[in-house]
Write a protein that binds this ligand. Sequence first.
Ligand code: HEC
Ligand code: HEC
Length: 168
Amino acid sequence: MANPFRAKLTAAALLFCLAASVFFYATARSSAVPRGGLEVPTPTPEAFDQAGAVAKLRESIKGRENEPAGKVFKNVKNLAEMPAGRLLAVMQFGYSRSLGVDCTHCHTPDEWSSDTKPQKQIARDMHVMMGKITSDLLKNMESLGGRQAVVNCTTCHRGQVKPATNMQ
Ligand code: HEC
Ligand code: HEC
């Protein structure tokens, strides 16, 4: 014999189960394990206004763009002979863009001369390595027949912090 109260209860229970499974499915998906790939600790680039920072720096060296970076800035070792204005372009395009990062990967904003981030010293060492490959190794490679062969940050990094070692 059909019991209308029981039928209602069964329908309610079924609806509850359906809602619960939809809920669990949704939460399971949103907390899914991060997708594969390299975990690189890039410091919160979303919060950093790179264009604004560069504009502010350009303003602060106005009129001194062509003076050597070593005179205009406080703590420049390898790039000291380069015009100060060019150093900023190197930071923007040579360094940040080549590695696919922003200034905060190597600097604490507004503390540009500080060496607290290890990436900054790595970048200096990379610069020395790059110079050796170009000036010592490639230049003296007789088989190249005197071609003007150069490597730079982009040659290896191509928009990534960790250069690829295979063609994945
Ligand atoms: C991959 C690391 C790296 C990134 C990214 C980077 N820099 Fe640098 N920056 C350096 C290094 C290394 C030096 C010091 C160069 C030297 O010693 O010759 C430097 C020096 C500077 C200086 C000179 C500071 C002083 O007073 O000594 C300024 C200004 C600067 N960077 C601004 C920027 C800005 C703005 C950005 C982003 C557009 C940026 N950098 C991105 C590595 C980086
Ligand atoms: C001959 C290839 C090559 C060139 C040229 C090169 N790099 Fe690198 N770079 C590497 C490799 C390899 C690593 C290490 C990646 C790893 O295994 O973590 C690295 C790592 C780095 C790191 C550390 C990244 C991090 O946060 O872990 C920085 C910063 C860096 N390079 C900056 C530069 C800059 C700036 C230039 C140009 C002046 C440059 N590199 C040129 C190959 C290169």
